[in-house]
Design a protein around this ligand. Sequence first.
Ligand code: G
Ligand code: G
Ligand code: MN
Ligand code: NA
Length: 250
Amino acid sequence: RALELDLRGALGKGELCLHYQPLVQIDSGETLGYEALIRWEHPERGVVMPDTFIPIAEESGMIIPIGEWVIRQAIDDLTQWPDNMTVSINLSPVQMRSPSLITTLVQGLAATGVEPKRVCLEITENVLMQDSDANMATLHKLHEIGVQIALDDFGTGYSSLNYLRSFPFDKIKIDRCFVDEIDTREDCQAIVRSVVDLARSLGMTTTAEGVERDDQVEHLRREGCSEVQGYLFSKAVPQDQLTDLRKPVH
Ligand code: G
Ligand code: G
Ligand code: MN
Ligand code: NA
């Protein structure tokens, strides 16, 4: 409860901030863009992680203004990065039901002139499970705007395969539970191989999450995964600590 009260003031006091974790192309090692991961710099508790406060924000409805702030901030930050880079933004299922989601996104893009395809929205399977028709309509509207849509934490929910049929995702993010032991366990290798093949036949790319070791990268490359993300490359850091933001040398 105390945390909920504090969270009500956090946005106005500028206590929320975005950290960024790179998404790396597996073959070139090039940074393709960054995923925005929210942090709360609480004046007494120190840094509060999203797993702690996003559920509170969702239950209280505060996720709507917080989520809109995330969209605006992430697109603003993107304008500082090289033109070919993307930003990935996590969406709560609650935001999918908000009429202001589309307008916030459209206004953010218009105000900055950012190309829509440089923004990737990450949604989880529960978005497709809850209130399916309305959420599906929202997903199609988002796609019409031209942003990319990724299915996050893939493989952790139910009926995953059925959902892949229902919407043309641009990308599947393979949950780190399959990546953790891919260098030692054949069952993980087989699952990742199947997801990569499936994604490819559906015209989607794949990002492996939670990559911490070189051996995992070798296996992911062998299975045909196109992008990797994880502590091996970098944890999420504030924008001023991103080291790949130098403009390419001509
Ligand atoms: O580093 P990590 O602890 O940052 O993130 C934990 C969880 O919080 C992940 O599931 C991530 O998707 C979620 N998360 C991080 N940032 C945001 C955000 O801006 N909005 C929403 N809805 N979820 C986020
Ligand atoms: O659900 P989502 O994929 O958006 O959440 C990303 C979460 O994964 C964040 O909490 C982020 O800090 C965490 N994360 C990112 N890279 C790694 C990693 O290499 N290992 C582990 N254990 N967690 C990671
Ligand atoms: Mn994510
Ligand atoms: Na994920």
